[in-house]
Design a binder for this molecule. Structure first.
Ligand SMILES: NC(=O)C1=CN([C@@H]2O[C@H](COP(=O)(O)OP(=O)(O)OC[C@H]3O[C@@H](n4cnc5c(N)ncnc54)[C@H](OP(=O)(O)O)[C@@H]3O)[C@@H](O)[C@H]2O)C=CC1
Ligand SMILES: CC(C)(CO)C(=O)C(=O)O
Length: 310
């Protein structure tokens, strides 16, 4: 399959390597010029759990250099970069490839549907993880899985085929029954793990080792559940808490510093407005206050300001 990874940072690069190793023709597309040039000249370096470096020769391009067509575009930008990437790839999208997004945050589907017909879109979530440690260099730990669903299930040509392609690359994909519920579930997880690990400067296992992690968790997720219920979205705080607890295991994501922590460390804007901030705003609109999520969003914004992040 001809696959474009649009947004080839930490996650896009990890997925790109796995899909190419399984025999697909993969193009990594990214706006970070140094990253693209390093991959073109030296290959993509992947440091694995045991500290070993593996170098992969991969095709890497900036969006404006892409002229080929693809069967599948996997969008792996940050939520706030998605609209720009879709605009830059309008020529590529004109050939109607399937478009899959597994990015974190709520609201990405609406962004994609401004650029791509709904019946070509597949959305989902993943608990795979990765860190972009420098241009052309990622560090990966643990394993993960993917849950995904076509936005118009009767019209999307071949979801089982897409799942087979992802699974042949060892990505552990399975169909979701209710993609909006899956996105909210993942956003609940990120609004706990990403936000607290960033504020406390810790990894996921260290957060799980806090004696009061459950209290901190419940303060966020009880509001998520109330807002989701008002918005008629299926959400169970208990289910999300179980998923969070499963990440503490070092063979899953225990050793991982969440993507928001990585953003803050690199002085890059975070996705907070698509996580706790989104729920606080929606809660306000629906008359269901979410003060803990509103405060956490403000705390992260304050940290961004102190670091000079705009
Ligand atoms: N990392 C993880 O473990 C996980 C991440 N996710 C989600 O996946 C999506 C993609 O995240 P992720 O792969 O972490 O994103 P990254 O931060 O690794 O990369 C995103 C983009 O940011 C820019 N960028 C990043 N670092 C630098 C730098 N030092 N200098 C210049 N530009 C830089 C690049 O694009 P540009 O130049 O165009 O700005 C890059 O493509 C997000 O929605 C995230 O929440 C989901 C599960 C796990
Ligand atoms: C890996 C995981 C699940 C950790 O919160 C994630 O989604 C992230 O780092 O953004």
């Amino acid at each position: 399959m001809k696959i474009a990874i649009a947004g080839a940072g930490a996650m896009g690069s990890r997925f790109g390597v796995k899909l190419q190793s399984a025999g697909n023709q993969v193009t990594l597309i990214d706006n970070w010029a140094d990253h693209v040039t390093t991959i073109q000249q030296q290959g993509l370096t992947v440091t694995t759990d045991d500290g070993t470096d593996h170098v992969y020769q991969m095709t890497a391009k900036r969006p404006q250099e892409v002229t080929t067509t693809f069967d599948l575009v996997i969008l792996f930008t940050k939520a706030m970069q998605m609209d720009q990437m879709l605009q830059q790839l309008s020529g590529v999208l004109g050939n109607h490839p399937a478009v899959l997004t597994l990015a974190n945050g709520i609201g990405n589907i609406e962004t994609i549907e401004r650029h791509v017909p709904k019946d070509h879109v597949v959305a989902g979530t993943t608990v795979w993880s990765s860190s972009l440690t420098g241009p052309g260099h990622i560090t990966v730990t643990g394993t993960g899985s993917i849950s995904l669903q076509a936005m118009v299930p009767d019209k999307f040509p071949d979801l089982p085929g897409l799942i087979t392609t992802l699974n042949a690359a060892g990505l552990n994909a399975s169909p979701a029954q209710n993609v909006l519920a899956a996105i909210w579930k993942k956003a609940g997880l990120n609004s706990v793990l990403n936000t607290y690990c960033t504020l406390f400067d810790c990894n996921i296992a260290e957060f799980g080792g806090l004696p009061n992690w459950r209290k901190l968790n419940d303060a966020v997720l009880s509001e998520f559940e109330a807002v989701a219920t008002a918005a008629k979205i299926q959400f169970s705080a208990a289910d999300v808490t179980a998923l969070i607890a499963a990440q503490f295991d070092p063979t899953k994501n225990g050793g991982h510093y969440p993507s928001m922590h990585q953003d803050m460390a690199k002085k890059r804007p975070t996705e907070i407005d698509f996580l706790n901030g989104y729920v606080a705003r929606l809660g306000e609109k629906l008359g269901v206050p979410a003060p803990t999520n509103a405060l956490l969003a403000q705390l992260i914004h304050s940290q961004e300001s102190l670091k000079g992040i705009k």
